[in-house]
Ligand binder design. Sequence first.
Ligand SMILES: C[S@@+](CC[C@H](N)C(=O)[O-])C[C@H]1O[C@@H](n2cnc3c(N)ncnc32)[C@H](O)[C@@H]1O
Length: 308
Amino acid sequence: MQKSRILQRLTNKSPLIAPPAAASNGSRPRRFETPHPKLPSCPPTASTLTRRRLHDEEILALNTYDFLAYLGKAVINPGGTVGRNLLLARLNPKPGSHVLEIGCGTGHTACHIARRFRCRVTAVDISPAMIAQARQTVQARGLGHIVKCEVADISALPFAQASFDYVVCQAVLMFVDQAPALQQLRRVLKPGGMFAGVEFGWRGTPPASVRQQTYDICGCRTLEFHHRGEWGYRLKQAGFDRVESKEQNFTMLSMTGFMRDEGLNSLKVLSRLLRRTASIKRLAGIWKHFSRHKNYFSYVVLAGRKLS
Ligand SMILES: C[S@@+](CC[C@H](N)C(=O)[O-])C[C@H]1O[C@@H](n2cnc3c(N)ncnc32)[C@H](O)[C@@H]1O
């Protein structure tokens, strides 16, 4: 992608893609009917975790999540550790039970679950680079005996039916075709098992232009967020019972949210950020958009049970 076009996208002066017709009347843009054909799907590349020096243009073209991973951010979801704790308070897994975490990223949540709740955890992610990172996290924390990491796609989980007591996923459903993914989550749960997740949510009714700019600035063709009610509806459609969906304030990009989620790692992330002007520009574009429209963003804590 040419540099001028990337910069245009970041400053939002002229979106690359016109707002979809379906969204102009305030209705929900549908992902596969109104794709973002010029943006990559997620995750587009594993190169962001290789630590090789990226060119400025590559940094500017990274999708939001690859960019945050490139900076070395460990927690990459809209609820941060607060959302994770809400999710886990709802799940409350029993000691000795088997938890599947899907889209585990750097492995921090898988380790937290294993340690805090004394569970066995299988952590999967579609990105081999993320799994390599997660394995390092697990090893560094000495949890290799109870946390296993492997590459797997949420849409085709390589596990038998009724394998897990609990399934967790944070900021993953929003990237994928949600109906088949939710059916997969339900399939691998034992009867009586529980799913809990955190996903990005719309608050109120954002104008079509704000929705479109958000998908554009995130740089990911397949992204799709929903209101709290729509997320809950999708879980019910997939066959979950006792469905809950609760809207929470989005604080991931605030300075306090950042420091709380990253702790000492904040210093590493900041120093990596400040090393490259292109990184500062990419973050400024994201920050500007999310701060300007912050009232339209939330995250949703989801939960549902498989009763039979
Ligand atoms: C926004 S990050 C969230 C990472 C982690 N859950 C966290 O909260 O920090 C999304 C993660 O989902 C993974 N992912 C995306 N599509 C996936 C899929 N189809 N199956 C499994 N993982 C996927 C990505 O590789 C990435 O690690």
